[in-house]
Write a new protein. Structure first.
Length: 429
């Protein structure tokens, strides 16, 4: 009955949200290509390629979830060498990154909308042997169709913030039965396990394995593009301030902080990586207002004149630029809410700073601050003071990184533990 109501209301909801959905797709570009996949229509080429492959279907919403999905798929492939996957994504940026990084045994598609006829068409084409949902992407029709087909459903890296738990609790009568149909729920920390239990997930299927996002212990190295830029456009001894995955308003703050710091550190260089690359023109305008010479990453091979700052206008390259930084500010934390992942910068050996809004990474952010592994600031003034202190004290930077890596140590092996549980589940189904 609940699913019947959901499907009856679904077209109404689509009409209400369609304008903003299409506007976002148009703004980010690339929305026309393979649009039919979103409504369950696939080309003959894809139908032939996927037919009879005994596929594992992994669903990841956007860039962050795609990175997790690719890591987990690699671990599964190590345990099952004949593994073949379909990776579905929701956003165009996630899709672009997935296509760029996917191995030849993985096909990348857009996720089908969770409407009953659309989802059934998708299942007929993909015909998965199991489904892995990254983080909290549990959709009623997807789960119902998988259950009808007796296809195991795994929720991987199933973090759940207190805010999300409160939102789900309001609709527990609806979501509880859906969550109980999950066969395996792999959560990062014990608090996540309790939240999923409170929402109706079966306790025996919940396992605390660590956070896959933080299970990255290879030292990041400069990409060839980063190395060429540093060799031709700046002095290798210049300290570099990097703003990673920034959101509207944060670039303005970082530009002002950068200008203020240059009175004390005249050779300081700025790198900005907006979370959404379509905002690059807007960021360029902010920099021009401060008489700063900026160059885009895609035009940075041979700059006509030495710039003051670099704009990363590509998707998926940010981790390779962290290795060039002296200090890293984690975006979506000062003006926007939610925060971005600080782990990649830490694992590149860089001290991180972030604002007060790290809700999506709350336990990690709190632990980093409590253990001296990061600095949390509440204003542009605090950000400038903290950055000035760290730039003047390299030993403080090294100490911060060591403390931060110790915090991340508890998540080592999370990917492997998750993959093992997925494979063991397959043996029992």
């Amino acid at each position: 009955m609940i699913r019947l109501i959901y499907n009856l209301l679904w077209p109404i909801g689509l009409l209400l949200f369609l304008p903003s959905y299409l506007a976002k797709m148009f703004r980010r570009g690339g929305y026309r290509k393979n649009f039919g996949q979103r409504v369950g229509f696939y080309s003959t080429e894809y139908r032939q390629r996927l037919h009879g492959k005994n596929l594992t279907w992994i669903h990841a919403v956007s860039v962050g979830e795609v990175v997790i999905a690719l890591k987990l798929a690699e671990q599964l492939r190590a345990l099952q060498p004949d593994l073949k996957c379909v990776l579905t994504t929701t956003t165009t940026t996630g899709h672009a990154l997935a296509q760029k990084r996917a191995p030849d045994w993985m096909d990348v598609l857009y996720a089908p909308l969770d409407f009953w006829p659309v989802m059934r068409r998708a299942f007929r084409v993909i015909a998965p042997q199991r489904i892995i949902l990254i983080e909290a992407e549990v959709w009623p029709n997807l789960v119902a169709e998988a259950t009808r087909r007796k296809t195991p459903i795994i929720l991987a890296n199933a973090r759940l913030s207190p805010r999300s738990e409160r939102r789900f609790r309001r609709f527990k009568i609806f979501v509880g039965p859906i969550f109980r149909q999950l066969d395996l729920v792999c959560v990062p920390i014990l608090e996540d396990a309790e939240r999923w239990k409170n929402l109706g997930a079966t306790p025996s299927q919940i396992h605390v394995v660590g956070n896959i996002k933080y299970d990255v212990f290879n030292q990041s190295i400069l990409s060839s593009a980063a190395r060429r830029f540093i060799e031709t456009a700046i002095d290798v001894t210049q300290p570099i301030l990097l703003g990673g995955s920034t959101h509207r308003g944060e670039e303005k703050i970082l530009a002002d902080v950068f200008c203020a710091l240059r009175s004390e550190f005249p050779n300081l260089f700025l790198v900005l990586a907006p979370r959404h690359v379509e905002r690059v023109k807007e960021v360029e305008s902010e920099l021009r207002q401060r008489n700063l010479r900026a160059i885009r990453r895609t035009a940075a091979e041979k700059p006509a004149q030495l710039p003051d700052c670099l704009l990363i206008d590509t998707t998926g390259e940010l981790p390779h630029w962290y290795a060039a930084a002296t200090l890293v500010f984690v975006g979506k934390s000062l003006h926007a809410r939610g925060g971005q992942n600080p782990a990649e910068a830490i694992l590149a050996g860089k001290p991180v700073l972030f604002g007060p809004h790290m809700e999506n990474f709350g336990p990690l952010a709190s632990s980093l601050v409590a253990n001296g592994g990061a600095i949390q600031v509440n204003s542009a003034t605090e950000l400038r003071r903290s950055m000035a202190h760290l730039l003047a004290n390299p030993e403080e930077r090294e100490k911060m990184v060591a403390n931060a890596r110790q915090v991340l140590e508890t998540h080592r092996g999370a990917t492997g533990r998750t993959a093992t549980l997925v494979v063991d589940l397959s043996k029992t189904k």
